[in-house]
Design a protein around this ligand. Structure first.
Ligand SMILES: [Zn+2]
Length: 69
């Protein structure tokens, strides 16, 4: 019954937890993308050093896929 909806499911880039728009407590915009976080601590950590939590190389046509657990 679980349907994957990319629009509603996000991955907290800091801790890797899955969050949705409803469960996210914090959000931040970085390079025109919106990121959702499970806690404000996660957002603060992300904003302090976004590059640390994002894939380093982003190329056109290549999907940057953070390793999924
Ligand atoms: Zn988190």
């Amino acid at each position: 019954m679980k349907h994957t909806e990319p629009e509603r499911d996000f991955k907290d880039p800091v801790c890797g937890m899955r969050v949705s728009r409803l469960t996210a407590v914090a959000e931040a915009e970085h390079e025109r993308r919106l990121y959702y976080f499970c806690a404000r601590e996660c957002r603060d950590a992300f904003l302090a050093d976004p590059a640390k939590y994002l894939p380093r190389h982003r190329q056109h046509g290549v999907r940057a896929q953070p390793d999924e657990r």
